[in-house]
Write a protein that binds this ligand. Structure first.
Ligand code: THU
Length: 130
């Protein structure tokens, strides 16, 4: 799976000296372009920026705005799931039926849709009376 390969590769570039938990993420857009991201931590903000957010930032910088598929990988006992903030960020750029595949280095994998990952999504429509 090319997306998994891309996430596996970029994970090695993660800058995670505080958690020592390296995460890689990759996404494909409808055009077929692949963007990648890894987590980047900071001494003042040790939680840093998530790999998924990095891949989304690369997509936006690359001039695209829609996610067709996303993959995330870490060396965790169970497939790593995007944090709450990242779920909202993914949902901003992905349809509800888009698949998010979460994997471990030793080959465990779980796939969920964006809707399954974030039920009750806050959308722009909620602000219609503003
Ligand atoms: N992290 C990610 O990059 N993605 C996730 O889905 C979960 C957590 C990162 C953030 C931080 O650098 C480290 O993992 C520990 O929370």
């Amino acid at each position: 799976m090319p997306l998994l390969d891309a996430a596996t590769k970029v994970r090695l570039r993660a800058y995670a000296p505080y958690s020592r938990f390296k995460v890689g993420a990759s996404l494909r857009t409808p055009s077929g372009a692949v963007f990648v991201g890894c987590n980047v931590e900071n001494v003042a903000y040790p939680e840093g920026t998530c790999a998924e957010a990095g891949a989304i930032a690369a997509m936006i910088a690359g001039g695209e705005t829609r996610i067709a598929e996303l993959c995330v990988i870490a060396d965790s006992p169970e497939p790593v799931t995007p944090c709450g903030g990242c779920r909202q960020k993914i949902a901003e750029f992905a349809d509800q039926d888009v698949k998010v595949t979460m994997t471990t280095l030793d080959g465990k994998s779980k796939t969920m849709t964006v809707a399954q990952l974030l039920p009750g999504l806050f959308t722009a429509a909620h602000m219609d009376r503003a």
